[in-house]
Design a protein around this ligand. Structure first.
Ligand code: GRF
Length: 197
């Protein structure tokens, strides 16, 4: 049974989908803790499933390094087999990447390497492309630059807003995240072969 720590920052709809998947006794992964850099709305999903949460508020630390060290200790205390970023809106500090990658994955609402960074949906719209996508990647020291584990194309429709496009992307992200974690748990994906360059 793969033990997961999931990190969020916002509503946690992708986390919710993962929690729903773990209701299936045959799904070989369990979320053992949910963390965030703030008092995230998505904690409500963890609480609904009786899963412990932890908060490492970015604003409570003197600097990014001190915040990163505390985040690392909090994650490490759960001894996860895999750390999943799902709407975590901070760059992961190098010490956390070093400690966990490639057992550290992220979902991104674009077809990487297209539109990396915190505004992938907005940037795709602004670029006027007729298709974008969603990606599940291994987190490395860069910005959404790690090995791609799974990705799919998603159309941009006339009249799309950032919200309507993101709402079309998220279900794809959720399905890919649940499938990717299953593949990692069953060995279909061997993360040791995905060690960032
Ligand atoms: C997802 O699209 C994720 O890829 C991006 O932020 C969104 C988080 O959504 N980083 P939610 O918090 O899971 O609803």
């Amino acid at each position: 049974m793969l033990k997961l720590v999931v990190l969020i920052s916002g509503g946690g709809s992708n986390l919710r989908a993962l929690l729903e998947a773990t209701r299936d006794a045959d799904y070989p992964a369990r979320v053992i803790a949910v963390g965030a850099d703030r008092d995230a709305e998505g904690f409500e999903h963890a609480e609904a499933f009786g899963i412990p949460t932890f908060t490492v508020p970015f604003s409570s630390f003197a600097d990014r390094e001190a915040w990163g060290d505390e985040l690392l200790e909090q994650i490490r205390s759960w001894q996860p087999d895999l750390v999943v970023l799902s709407g975590f809106m901070r760059l992961v500090p190098p010490r956390v990447v070093e400690a966990f990658s490639p057992r550290l994955i992220n979902t991104h609402p674009a077809y990487l390497p297209e539109f990396p960074g915190a505004h992938g949906v907005r940037d795709a719209l602004a670029a006027g492309v007729d298709e974008t996508g969603a990606s599940v990647i291994v987190v490395d020291d860069g910005v959404d630059s790690g090995p791609i584990l799974r990705q799919e194309r998603i159309p941009v429709l006339p009249g799309d807003t950032q919200a309507s496009l993101h709402d079309r992307i998220k279900p794809v992200e959720r399905r890919m995240l649940v499938q990717t974690i299953l593949d990692i748990a069953t060995g279909t994906i061997d993360l040791t072969e995905k060690t960032p360059a």
